[in-house]
Design a protein around this ligand. Structure first.
Ligand code: EPU
Length: 448
């Protein structure tokens, strides 16, 4: 484990380039492995910890994945799969690992994938994915904590209605349906830009997907998919996080290579909080107007796209801790408030009632020793630390590395003071590696 040490109170000012979207890149790597006719070269893949896990997972199944030659370039060679069993050690690290279930079922007609289980965001079932596979003709069994799916005569197109617009299920079923016999219709599909991105990649690989980005997606199965080159969209969550870094420190930040059209709600909320937003077709910038000492309080509620993204609930809550007034932040997608206790340690006044955080703005935060409990909660602590007086030590910093590429370099580019040190803390619920030493009896004293 490593710690991030942040010297807060510096007004951030500068320019950055957006990284590729993690939540597109993860399924795009899996989608690329569906092709058995030539390599798929992906550009703008972020070098973050979750992408590293996905590459390891694909390699463990026998997929050749090469990095480069350009920064952010990754080439995936679908070829023959060596295994139809995803290793538990990799799957447990990251819920998005479950995407390989569709890959294995579509390509090898069988898949054994450990169930992702709960995580720091509460219970996160995969029941919609399983129902989708079943509707397409797979037989599913849950054994020893794993899903075992078999479709000996291949998958067949089906009409599938999702109970909620799930990003993961929409992408998973678009991938599997692309190689199924006949046509699949997904109703109540997720509208997120990452869904559209993966559909665009699959179509370039020869798939026939129509309607991605609308509630009804139609996928006509094809015999096989082929290679192509494809650039991942910019990461809207990363971009907004850096804009909030500018806001929370009273500074100004411009992010190049950004698509502001994916950020309608977050930008509207930043304007409501009093900040100035300037956008061009591939840049978005935030500045703090001279008279704005603290942000205005703002209420927000997370919702599926184009609503306010759950992945920005925590970063925005960090900003609202120093607002002039009380903000209500309602979370409707996940149970995502574990970071609140850590923010309190920095002086924030936040109370959680059921699904809502009630944030009474305070004039200033103070540096403290805190722990990143999950990716976006960690990002919220980083933002709070940048604004706080004094030094903050964020333990378990790897959580933030899961979704933010070149973290320290980007903070430093904005003039922030940050460094990384080896961590010493054992995570809550973890066991010290040297616990056996406690039971070791000292050698009996020798009588002379
Ligand atoms: N759901 C079910 N059953 C399922 C699938 C989803 O009940 O089988 C529920 C979830 O529990 C949740 C809702 O449906 O309440 C929506 O979940 P969704 O499936 O959309 O989420 P996901 O695909 O698991 C992705 C992102 C998350 C992001 C959510 C929502 C990836 C790898 N992950 O998760 O990103 O919060 O969509 O936008 O794309 C993050 O990057 O920090 C992150 C957690």
């Amino acid at each position: 484990m490593t710690d991030l040490i942040v010297e807060g109170g510096v007004r951030l000012s500068g320019q950055l380039t957006a990284s590729g979207a993690k939540n597109s890149a993860l399924p795009a790597l899996v989608a690329a492995a569906l092709a058995d006719g030539g390599p798929v070269h992906l550009e703008h893949v972020p070098t973050d910890a979750d992408v590293a896990t996905m590459i390891q997972l694909l390699r463990s199944l026998g997929v050749r994945v090469e990095i480069g030659p350009e920064p952010g370039g990754v080439t995936v060679y679908g070829g023959e799969l060596r295994s139809t069993e995803a290793p538990y050690t990799l799957v447990r690290r990251m819920r998005a690992s479950f995407y390989v279930a569709g890959l294995l079922l579509a390509r090898a007609k069988e898949a054994t994938v450990p169930l992702p289980g709960g995580c720091a965001l509460g219970s996160r079932p995969v029941d919609y994915h399983l129902r989708g596979f079943e509707a397409m003709g797979a037989a599913i069994q849950i054994e020893g904590g794993s899903m075992r799916a078999l479709a000996p005569s291949g998958l067949a197109g089906a009409s599938i209605q999702l109970s909620r617009p799930s990003v993961g299920t929409t992408i998973q079923l678009m991938m599997t349906a692309s190689l199924a016999r006949g046509t699949t219709t997904l109703e109540n599909a997720a509208l997120e830009p990452e869904v559209v991105d993966v559909a665009s990649l699959l179509n370039l690989m020869g798939a026939r997907i129509r309607g991605a980005g609308t509630p009804i997606v139609r996928i006509e199965g094809v015999e096989g998919l082929h290679g192509c080159r494809y650039a991942i969209i910019p990461d809207r969550i990363e971009i907004a996080t850096w804009l909030v870094a500018g806001a929370i420190t009273g500074g100004e930040v411009a992010v190049h290579g950004a698509l502001a059209e994916h950020l309608h709600m977050p930008l509207a909320k930043l304007k409501e909080a009093g900040y100035l937003i300037c956008q061009t077709p591939d840049m978005v910038a935030l500045s703090t107007p001279p008279g704005l000492a603290r942000p205005h309080a703002v209420d927000l509620e997370t919702a599926p796209y184009p609503g306010f993204p759950t992945d920005l609930q925590q970063p925005f809550a960090a900003l609202l801790t120093i607002a002039d007034g009380t903000s209500m932040v309602r979370e409707t997608i996940f149970d995502r408030f574990r970071y609140v206790d850590e923010l309190r340690r920095m002086g924030a006044d936040v109370r959680v009632e059921r699904d809502t955080a009630i944030i009474r703005g305070v004039p200033r935060l103070t540096g403290a020793r805190v722990e990143a409990t999950d990716l976006r909660g960690g990002a919220a602590l980083l933002l709070a630390a940048l604004a706080a007086e004094g030094e903050t030590r964020i333990e378990n910093a790897e959580m933030i590395d899961r979704g933010y590429e070149a973290l320290e370099a980007k903070v430093a580019a904005l003039g922030g003071r940050i460094r990384r040190e080896p961590g010493t803390r054992v995570p809550d619920g973890g066991v010290a590696e040297d616990w056996r030493a406690v039971f070791e009896r000292p050698l009996p004293a020798r009588h002379s």
